[in-house]
Design a protein around this ligand. Structure first.
Ligand SMILES: C[S@@+](CC[C@H](N)C(=O)[O-])C[C@H]1O[C@@H](n2cnc3c(N)ncnc32)[C@H](O)[C@@H]1O
Length: 222
């Protein structure tokens, strides 16, 4: 089925990549499921590690998934990733507009002034250890480096900061680089290590596997 993305994104926004679009129907299903199972589920505080121009971010804002006054933290280098197949367009665009990802992201979020945006611009493995590592986020989305070790490290810190009952999504569980089959050059192994180490803490919402991992953190049992 071909989705009409124009109904999801007005043309005021600036996007050059549409990686998120095929995932939006699964996100709709996941969030509908969670809201049915946990009626008091709300996203008042969110963290996104790897936002690019904000295609997923803006979908969350436009579909009332995050609360209108949400505190929304962002970590991104806004530098893309030269080593990954799929980033060729980005590298080409950098030649004319070296900061277009950051500029477009800021432009796109400017339509959502109620949300309290906090952009932390650097490598996630530099920023994450400096944060307050207490459980505070209702939602964390990881889509930054696609190296397995980096993805695990992002997940390691995310686990410390996700509240019980919160949702963690890893992107690209099913992604492989056709030009580099090295095990570390895809997030899958890092996500599998995460799921194995923390299996007691999470419910895998699509256990059979899917392109992304959707992990609901168990509420504390008293
Ligand atoms: C695939 S894009 C994210 C796509 C985005 N989720 C969307 O919906 O369009 C990956 C992003 O992660 C950023 N990135 C890559 N490696 C990173 C790292 N180690 N630390 C922080 N950001 C990183 C890149 O600059 C890029 O913006």
């Amino acid at each position: 089925m071909k989705l009409d993305y124009n109904t999801l994104y007005s043309n005021e926004y600036k996007f050059n990549e549409y990686w998120f679009d095929n995932l939006s129907s699964t996100w709709e299903t996941i969030f509908n499921h969670i809201k049915k199972e946990i009626p008091d589920f709300k996203i008042n505080k969110a963290l996104e590690i790897g936002c690019y121009e904000g295609r997923a971010t803006i979908w969350l804002a436009n579909n009332n998934i995050v609360e209108s006054s949400c505190e929304y933290d962002i970590i991104d280098t806004f530098g893309g990733s030269e080593v990954e197949t799929g980033m060729e367009n980005t590298m080409e665009m950098f030649k004319d507009k070296p900061d277009f990802i950051y500029e477009n992201f800021k432009h796109n979020i400017s339509f959502h002034k109620n949300i309290k945006w906090n952009i932390m611009r650097d490598m996630s493995n530099k920023i994450l250890p400096t944060l307050d590592l207490t459980p505070k986020y209702d939602f964390i989305y990881i889509d930054a480096s696609h190296q397995s070790d980096d993805t695990f490290v992002d997940g390691y810190y995310a686990n410390k900061m996700l509240k019980p009952g919160g949702l963690l999504i890893f992107d690209d569980y099913g992604w492989g680089d056709p030009n580099n089959r090295d095990l570390n050059h895809s997030p899958k192994l890092g996500i599998d290590v995460f799921c194995n180490l923390y299996s007691d803490l999470y419910q895998d919402l699509i256990p059979g596997g899917s392109y992304q991992k959707y992990l609901l953190k168990n509420k504390l049992i008293n």
